[in-house]
Design a protein. Structure first.
Ligand SMILES: [Zn+2]
Length: 61
């Protein structure tokens, strides 16, 4: 049930930093914070949707 969050750039799993009632997301691969509007949130069953999203992005590129 716990959500996982992934970097929209490199698809690595993000580290969730909880602070002052809000959450921040940090990509250890990009070494940068990711906005909550940009993170990819999926559970394990939907892991394939990350690849689908990636494919859509490359098609529109
Ligand atoms: Zn990243």
């Amino acid at each position: 049930m716990d959500e996982k969050f992934f970097c929209p750039v490199c698809k690595a799993q993000l580290e969730v930093l909880a602070a002052c009632g809000s959450s921040s997301y940090f990509c250890n691969r990009c070494k940068k914070l990711v906005s909550s509007k940009e993170v990819l949130a999926v559970d394990d069953k939907d892991a394939d949707s990350i690849r689908n999203t990636e494919r859509k992005i490359s098609e529109t590129d």
